[in-house]
Design a protein around this ligand. Structure first.
Ligand code: OGA
Ligand code: MN
Length: 211
């Protein structure tokens, strides 16, 4: 299993994060690994382990299908060999980014996400209002044979000037990893015509306490 990340890739991702606040790596894992993660996600869904995602935290936690329509299951170490390998790969990425960017990323939290056809996630920021630990968002896509007209793009809002909104639409292609700064980059998930699978997660820093 591939949990090793080359220095060249780390360097490119670090450079892109510094210069633009986001970075994309295609073929981040081996195709067989990505395929296994997809079938693990489908299996867990069939077993009823994925539950409707909520927004907010603590007392503000709500299920709002008009805001987001995906179902999720949080990863924990020891759930399955393929998710454990994924966590190892993300930990290697965390340590590599810390070494080059001094980000002080301490841990990584992540969940499977399944968007049924038509589901979306409205424009939002990933950092919570009362918890500033999420620093870097990481979305790894599991969709083989995704067609160009299937929708389901991740739309990154790169420029917040309302007169000139500049955005980038990223297709959720199997093996593609997208990284972006959690506190800065507004983004949304456009509705897709077919089921859309991903592993979504956040590298976290030590927090400055409840804000
Ligand atoms: C999220 C999110 C993006 C995606 O879960 O917070 O923005 O492309 N996901 O799935
Ligand atoms: Mn998000």
């Amino acid at each position: 299993m591939k949990t090793f990340i080359s220095d060249a890739l780390l360097e490119r991702l670090a450079d892109d994060l510094v210069s633009q606040g986001w970075a994309i790596a295609d073929d981040f894992l081996l195709p067989a690994q990505t395929r296994q993660l997809a079938s693990e996600c489908r299996q867990r869904d069939a077993q009823g382990l994925l539950t409707e995602a909520a927004t907010g935290r603590g007392n503000a936690l709500r299920i709002r299908p008009t805001v987001r329509g995906d179902s999720i299951q949080w990863l924990e170490p020891g759930q399955s060999p393929v998710t454990d390998d994924y966590l190892l790969a993300m930990d290697a990425l965390r340590r590599g980014l810390n070494a080059s960017l001094y980000l002080g990323l301490e841990d990584y939290e992540s969940h499977f996400a399944l968007y049924p056809p038509g589901a979306f996630y409205m424009r939002h920021l990933d950092r919570f209002r009362d918890d500033d630990r999420r620093d870097l968002s990481a979305v790894f896509y599991l969709n083989e044979n995704w067609s160009d007209d299937a929708g389901g793009e991740l739309r990154l809002f790169l420029d917040e000037n309302p007169d000139q909104p500049r955005s980038l639409d990223v297709q959720p292609l199997a093996g593609r990893l997208v990284l972006f700064r959690s506190a800065q980059l507004f983004h949304e998930v456009l509705p897709a015509q077919c089921e859309r699978l991903s592993l979504t997660g956040w590298f976290r820093r030590r927090g400055s306490g409840v804000l």
